[in-house]
Design a protein. Structure first.
Length: 182
């Protein structure tokens, strides 16, 4: 019977390869890169949506005629700026390049709002915020429930809390302005 001896160089090389594989797996788990394509898509879309909320909030502060619309706009700027910063950190850890502008549909909505004034602006802004926050809350809750990355799920869960609060506020504003909710 022959005993096969491994050269010391092969033992060291094998050990180094094993250590490298183990450390990159460990780092991947810590960095959030266990995020699925769906998780990464969610993060990207959340950043885009947040940028749109900030931009529309600035328009509400500037163009809104009622104090509640202006105040809600301020909330959107502050809260979505903070939420966007948090989600950008998650994006970085999950290996997602943060987008730099809202989606094309959101840009169209922003452009539409820019062209409005007075009560017409307030009315359309409120309707847009109702629709956006209802859709966003659904998306954030879905990600919190079904995402694969704990990092992304935690961010989605936190975001859902913020968005739920916004939805409650905008529903009250809609009611005060006699805007029907779906």
């Amino acid at each position: 019977m022959k005993i096969c001896k491994l050269s010391p160089l092969l033992v060291i090389l094998f050990g180094a390869v094993f250590a490298f594989a183990f450390s990159t797996t460990s780092l991947r788990a810590q960095s959030g890169s266990d995020a699925s394509m769906s998780d990464k898509h969610f993060v990207s879309e959340a950043i885009k949506g947040g940028m749109a909320e900030v931009e529309m909030g600035r328009l509400a502060e500037e163009k809104g005629t009622s104090s509640d619309v202006k105040e809600f706009g301020r909330h959107m700027v502050n809260d979505h700026t903070n939420l966007g910063d948090q989600i950008r950190q998650v994006a970085s850890q999950a290996g997602v390049s943060a987008p730099t502008s809202p989606t094309m549909l959101e840009q169209i909505e922003i452009k539409k709002l820019r062209g409005l004034a007075g009560e017409e602006f307030d009315h359309e802004y409120i309707k847009a915020m109702l629709k956006d926050h209802e859709e966003d809350l659904k998306d954030f809750k879905k990600e919190a429930d079904t995402g694969t990355s704990s990092l992304v799920k935690n961010a989605a869960n936190h975001g859902a809390e913020v968005i739920s609060s916004h939805l409650s506020m905008i529903k009250q504003i809609a009611q005060a302005h006699n805007i029907a909710m779906k």
